[in-house]
Design a protein around this ligand. Structure first.
Ligand code: PMP
Length: 386
């Protein structure tokens, strides 16, 4: 099948694989980065240092502000639970949104169970958080605002600049889940007033199982560790560092920095090409505002078609459906629900996501398949042509 699910994960870039292999197969390079007494340790430590700088450079951070984790799920847990527990003497209120990733929502649910108060903002139908609503929900007890940069289902880009300024003005910690945006949209942490930011390597042509949390140093943000042990990563995340994974993430972020502008233009062109063709089909709806959507994601509803039958018809495409297929009830996605998208439309939604290796030929094939399948399925639909 043709891979159009880059928002779920990306293939590992061959340059990244090469770097990683060096640390898996090379005899002198298997050391523990915490071994201070011999060369094996020093070699590993140096590789980690370089990778930490590469990651920091992409987001204009200081390398000392990068804490390696197992991925964005862990980063979100550490940012939210770690800051809530540490700053609870200042207050117990957190603001987030209904369209966050489960790792944010479930971290918040856990905090609720131990006495924190959480406000889950409902975005406007265009997917954006209302800044006025955000401000009006701030109380004297608010210690943290956690909002994602790019939504993983719809591609909607939040105004993190404005959100982080609001946080700063009210002396509230600002956490951004940048898993879907880092390396795709320029993020400059020297300018943005963000305190904590989550990233993952596998959405950016790096390996799975490695990510990082950016933790601001000036002014210093403190966190309660969620994984205790040998005091690695400035005491915020213990555990022997997976050097090969870290080296892979560093290389992936380095490549992203070099190519970001070029790649953005390419993806934007491909995305517009695809959408302009699909938009010619009757009764299709984009579940975001195009000009405010990341260039790698398109979430489209095909009215009068069952999402499941469309997915079946498009089995030659590796895509994601808007229904939570894991549940037996086939509930439509909570993200689309929060945007007030009707159940029928949410059920007929598909997420297409493109990336570095997507070609126009692949998109042409996908477009052809979609045209054919939509026509066929609508002919069978009792609701169509009424
Ligand atoms: N946040 C967002 C917005 C995501 O898209 C994902 C991955 N689906 C995550 C967090 C979790 O990332 P990871 O797979 O690295 O745990």
């Amino acid at each position: 099948p043709i891979y159009l699910d880059y928002a779920a994960t990306t293939p590992v870039d061959h340059r990244v694989v090469k770097k990683m292999l060096n640390f898996l197969t090379n005899e002198g390079k298997f050391g523990n980065a915490a071994s201070r007494s011999h060369k094996f340790g020093w070699v590993a430590e140096e590789a980690v240092d370089i990778a930490r700088c590469q990651v920091a450079e992409l987001i204009h951070a200081d390398s000392r502000e990068i804490i390696f984790t197992s991925g964005a799920t862990e980063s979100n847990n550490l940012a939210i639970k770690g800051s809530a527990i540490l700053y609870q003497s200042k207050g117990n209120h957190i603001i987030t949104s209904q369209t966050e990733h489960k790792s944010v929502l479930d971290s918040c649910r856990y905090l609720e169970s131990i006495g924190f108060l959480i406000t889950y903002l409902k975005p406007k139908p265009d997917g954006l958080i209302s800044l006025n609503k955000l401000m009006s929900n701030i109380t004297k007890k608010t210690i943290l605002i956690s909002i994602m940069h790019v939504n993983n289902e719809t591609g909607t880009i939040q105004n993190i600049n404005a959100i982080s300024k609001i946080c700063k003005t009210h002396n509230i910690l600002c956490h951004i889940d940048a898993t879907q945006s880092v390396g795709k949209i320029e993020i400059n942490l020297k300018k943005l007033k963000i305190d904590l930011m989550s990233c993952s390597a596998h959405k950016l042509y790096g390996p799975k199982g490695i990510g990082c949390l950016y933790v601001r140093r000036k002014p210093k943000v403190r966190l309660m560790a969620q994984i205790h042990g040998g005091g690695h990563e400035r005491g915020m995340r213990s555990g022997t560092l997976p050097v090969h994974q870290i080296v892979g993430m560093g290389e992936a972020f380095h490549i992203a920095k070099e190519n970001m502008n070029l790649e953005y233009r390419k993806l934007n062109k491909l995305r517009n090409y695809f959408w302009n063709k699909i938009n010619k089909i009757e009764e299709v709806y984009l579940n975001s505002i195009l000009k405010n959507t990341a260039s790698h994601i398109l979430n489209i509803s095909f009215n009068y078609i069952e999402g499941e039958s469309l997915m079946m018809a498009l089995k030659d495409l590796a895509i994601s459906s808007g229904s939570a297929c894991t549940s037996a009830s086939l509930e439509p996605s909570y993200v689309l629900k929060a945007l007030n998208i009707k159940d029928e439309l949410a059920h007929s939604s598909i997420r297409f996501s493109i990336g570095r290796f997507t070609t126009i030929k692949e998109l042409d094939y996908a477009i052809m398949l979609i045209y054919k399948s939509v026509e066929k399925l609508r002919k069978l639909s009792p609701l169509w042509e009424m």
